[in-house]
Design a binder for this molecule. Structure first.
Ligand SMILES: C[S@@+](CC[C@H](N)C(=O)[O-])C[C@H]1O[C@@H](n2cnc3c(N)ncnc32)[C@H](O)[C@@H]1O
Length: 239
């Protein structure tokens, strides 16, 4: 059975069908992949794919063999609709990256965009490592604190987003190293705060609880409140 953690923020993202729900949006995704060697023989896994915007891009731009997975059934349905609409042969699977029963060493690339923060990080990273081929690349665009916050502030963030921890850059790097990854590189973006995000795409569900509109507003308030502290990094590493 797949256990979905309690995150009203993720509920809101799925009901609003936010595509590119990560810092920098799809334009940063495109920029990141420009420097990777991807072609039609590449097997790629998009972890926590959401509505499938990145997976669709990788399949259409590079002709890569893309698998997209997510725990949330609403996200999965929206991702499937996208692939049907654009006739893209992307494999879409509902499951948790904490325990994702595909064969070892299946992928050349695995990407997670604003996903690891929401899961049990060591467990998810162990699975990602197992699923990668030797020499395969893992790329993660993840929430990162620029400095340690007061406990009450950190709690506010953890509670709202449904996180068990908020990491600093060095903590992420330690985790990657501990999992066994090598050649760990960190990229800090020029416009490193969330305020410069491009406008995302929306695919609304038919019924949206009015309470969820307030959640999106609260998210923006938190982004402003913690501007300069709550940030993100793009990590890349090799198995
Ligand atoms: C902030 S959204 C990002 C979605 C997508 N990567 C994007 O950039 O648009 C986080 C996603 O992680 C998914 N997620 C949360 N826990 C997960 C888990 N254990 N396994 C797989 N996906 C998970 C959520 O359902 C959600 O779609």
């Amino acid at each position: 059975m797949v256990l979905i953690r309690n995150s009203i923020y993720l509920d809101a993202l799925s009901k609003f069908g936010v595509g590119g729900a990560h810092p920098g949006g799809i334009s940063l995704t495109k920029k990141i992949f420009k420097t990777e060697e991807i072609n039609e023989t590449s097997y790629i896994l998009d972890v926590g794919c959401g509505t499938g915007q990145t997976a669709a891009y990788l399949a259409s731009r590079y002709g890569a063999k893309v698998t997209a997975m997510d725990i949330n059934p609403i996200m999965i349905e929206k991702a499937k609709n996208r692939m049907t609409k654009y006739q893209l042969p992307v494999e879409i699977i509902q499951g948790s990256i904490e325990n994702f029963p595909l064969a070892d060493g299946r992928f050349n690339f695995i990407i997670s965009e604003s996903v690891l923060s929401f899961v049990n990080k060591p467990r998810a990273l162990k699975e990602i490592f197992r699923l990668l081929k030797n020499g395969g690349r893992f790329i993660a665009n993840e929430l990162t604190m620029n400095k340690q916050l007061e406990t009450t502030n950190e709690e506010e963030i953890k509670q709202f987003y449904g996180l068990d921890s908020v990491l600093m850059e060095k903590d992420w790097v330690n985790l990657f190293e501990h999992t066994g990854f090598k050649h760990i590189k960190t990229r800090v973006q020029e416009h490193s705060n969330f305020q410069n995000n491009p406008i995302p795409e929306f695919t609304y569900s038919a019924h949206i609880d009015p309470q969820l509109y307030g959640i999106i507003t609260q998210h923006f308030h938190l982004m402003i409140k913690y501007q300069g502290v709550l940030d993100y990094r793009v990590f890349s590493c090799t198995k």
